[in-house]
Design a protein around this ligand. Structure first.
Ligand SMILES: *[C@@H]1O[C@H](CO)[C@@H](O)[C@H](O)[C@H]1NC(C)=O
Length: 380
């Protein structure tokens, strides 16, 4: 049995260590990054998540999309996007953080930079149009901070940031016969707040993003771009259409210290304590804990009494364990045997995995357990 345990423990530790041994966890927000002027500040992209609209508050979708899903036609960095090691929290949240081709340099204001040009075909247009009608939101990270949009609480007039910005917007028709259309946000203005710590020591303390849809933008010679203006939105048309992705970056000094940079993101609109549900949860927790404790105590009392008897025997007097065994005391007995079963591999592990995922396994196992129980308990 001890061999089984060590094998199981080895397997478990191999599973835990191998995938991340080269990446290692980091704790986000613990160590600040300091940039000198003109240092590159990386912009990472996360998956696209569905959002809600103020116009129509139904939930339209619940799926997250990979940022580099080919039908979005987003620009990819040279050599393909790379995965960024994530914190345990973002792994649990299902984040997929990847590199991007956006080039931001500390304190370098840049207006209208060309990212890339892409061709949309009918399939991509249909795909993106559907995602815009479902209010999909882009999630970018700059120095660990989400790129957000500025909101104002109408009651208190407090300003705060909401993470994420829309992939596109729905242009509602004005007349009764006019259909609504989808416009794609192909330009972003990034407003990055930095805090000056000392000479050549800058820290990122806030990221605002203003997306806009621009029909007039096109690439010019020498890697330059013409960003047009945001009076003419880029509407998705049937057939093939080219799209130019552009961006501008502005750096603004800010008095916010690095330690409090999350405050404007963690704004609570309605800071009211829900006493009633708090009390109910506490009562349920106390009741359940008491129940589990009493069941455990009842089950273990006999075993614990047996172990206590072992303590009373002077172990030096024993030539082997046979005396203890004669006394009815074994090294492992009762509930302690369970640990052997936890790490014991089943005899045909692959056979069981076939059923996984469709509920058949649960069904079969329930049947087997009931059968086993009825065999063991004669009165049933
Ligand atoms: C960048 O542009 C913003 C907005 O126009 C301005 O407030 C800021 O001073 C500029 N920063 C630099 C380093 O030129």
């Amino acid at each position: 049995m001890s061999r089984g345990v060590s094998k199981g423990a080895l397997l478990l530790s191999a599973f835990l260590i191998t995938p991340w041994s080269s990446l290692a966890f980091y704790l986000p927000g613990v160590a600040p990054t300091t940039y000198a002027p003109d240092d590159r500040v990386p912009l990472y992209v996360n998956h696209l998540t569905p959002g809600l609209s103020t116009k129509d508050e139904r939930v339209h979708s619940i799926f997250a999309y990979d940022y580099y899903h080919p039908d979005f036609r987003f620009c990819t960095p040279e050599g393909g996007p790379q995965r960024i090691p994530e914190s345990l929290g973002s792994i649990l949240f299902g984040d997929r953080i990847l590199t991007s081709p956006y080039e931001l340099h500390m304190l370098k204001n840049e207006t209208c930079k060309l990212l890339c040009e892409q061709k949309f075909d009918q399939e991509a247009i249909n795909f993106v149009e559907e995602r815009i009608y479902e209010y999909y939101t882009l999630n970018w990270l700059i120095d660990g901070l989400p790129a957000g949009q500025l909101w104002r609480n109408p009651d208190t007039k407090t300003k705060f940031y909401i993470p994420g910005f829309l992939l596109g917007s729905v242009v509602w028709g004005s007349g009764s016969d006019e259909e609504s259309r989808a416009s794609l946000n192909n330009h972003v203005d990034l407003w990055i707040d930095y805090h000056e710590l000392g000479p050549k020591k800058m820290r990122v303390v806030g990221v605002l993003v203003e997306p806009s849809s621009r029909n007039g933008s096109k690439s010019l010679e020498g890697g330059k771009a013409d960003c047009g203006d945001d009076t003419q939105p880029l509407l998705l048309e049937a057939g093939d259409m080219p799209v130019t992705w552009t961006y501008s970056v502005y750096w603004r000094p800010s008095p916010t210290a690095w330690a409090t940079r999350w405050d404007k993101y963690l704004y609570v609109i309605n800071p009211e304590i829900h006493w009633f549900s708090l009390i109910i949860s506490t009562v349920i927790v106390v009741l359940l804990t008491g129940m589990v404790a009493s069941i455990l105590l009842r089950a273990l009392r006999k075993d614990i009494a047996r172990y206590n008897r072992l303590d009373r025997i002077n172990l030096d007097d024993l030539s082997g364990t046979s005396a203890a065994l004669d006394d009815g005391v074994q090294e492992d007995s009762g509930w302690k045997l369970v640990h052997g079963d936890v790490f014991r591999a089943p005899s045909h592990p692959l056979l069981l995995s076939v059923f996984l995922g469709n509920g058949a396994q649960l069904f079969v196992m329930t049947g087997l357990t009931i059968r086993e129980l009825s065999l063991r308990i004669p009165s049933v």
